[in-house]
Design a binder for this molecule. Sequence first.
Ligand SMILES: *[C@@H]1O[C@H](CO)[C@@H](O)[C@H](O)[C@H]1NC(C)=O
Length: 430
Amino acid sequence: MMDNTFIHILLGFLVTALVLTFLIYTRRRPTPIPHTTNIDIPEKSRPIPPSYPLKSYTPTQIAAIGRFPSYASLTGVPPPTPYHTFNITTAKPRPYRPFRWAYHQTMALTKLEPDWWLELESTYVTRLSQRQNLLEKHKEKIIDRFTDINDNWRVEVACTELMEMVVEFLSLRYPQYFDLDTENLVFWNKILGRRFELKGVDPLHVVFENVPEDFAIVMPDEGKEGKYVFVAGMICSSVGWDLQEKIGKVLGDIHAVVPEYKEKMGMSMDRYFSKLTTDKPIQRGSWDIVIGEPLFMCAGEELQKIRGVQDPNIKEEDLTLRVDWQTLRRLPLSGGVVFNYKALFTPLREFGDEPGVPALVEKVVKEGNRKIIGYKGIWHVEHVAVPMLERMKREQVERGVWEEGRDVKTLEESPFYRGWEEKWRRQQGF
Ligand SMILES: *[C@@H]1O[C@H](CO)[C@@H](O)[C@H](O)[C@H]1NC(C)=O
């Protein structure tokens, strides 16, 4: 699955789109962005479109709105609550275990928890510096934007509003570590001991230097019949993902390589996006079992070589669960849709004291749709992972935390597991 994390995110949303469409189906095509310029919005009475999604503001309106509007009221998503007890030195990401059974190519789509849009943890400084190194080496393969669309001013608006939402979120959520001065447009990151100007800078770089997560912005292009085009992004952690190959493409073209796409979906993601409102952000996860912590893995032949053999030298302690935790939301001013996602690594051994997790993963790996599991590339570690999962399951049965023969299905606590919070708090010390 890591071959194309982004594609999988898109893919997941597509499937969900199918379900949602049954619920909210209307025969409307994606509404084109209207050209209603020259409407002046007095500063104090900004109209907030009630169900915003289908149009963006005009340049005049955006100019009138100014920098750092109230994104909570623009989007309908409440601001995050301050996390005073949080300590970056010991913080661990929440233990996402997005396993599902029955396994199929659909996704458990859940509402974003507004407090957890961006989630910092103890690897923060390390990850930022790894990503900075990747940027220096790969340049526009890591950060890029595409402006060859109708009304292309929207691309820069999207990048700027994303940056503003990001720095605002950080300073509200982690007030002990970030300060934001919206008057003078300055942002302080006390973890890095750095000051960031928010004026006359590339907003994507500000995001990149403060959040070790990947972001991708898509946007409807009237010139392409309202289809969503991938217009801007920073992508470090997706295996085999060459930004240069994907940027400027419509989503349909990006999807073409995913197995079973045609059979299972055959419907337009554009339709789903056209109905996504700013107040309904979404979260989901995808996963893979990998060797070590490959943040940015090779693609193509080299990857095929690794995944094509079951290396007899792999040990249990080499195996890692990689979860890509993803959120998706509509940006209020530009009408773009932004994905962000981060790669989280957990030693597979941790499953030992996570009730029901070994049994569930064993089931998915052994009985999941071979075509899709094959695509995920788990085969190359199955010879170590499967016996390990079987043993951990047996031990849980012996300890009485899991019943033999119990119906294996998606855990009630999904995307977590029973008792996760206690263990997570113990490990962090807060
Ligand atoms: C965070 O945790 C570290 C390591 O336990 C500790 O040294 C530091 O004082 C803590 N910081 C705060 C603000 O509690």
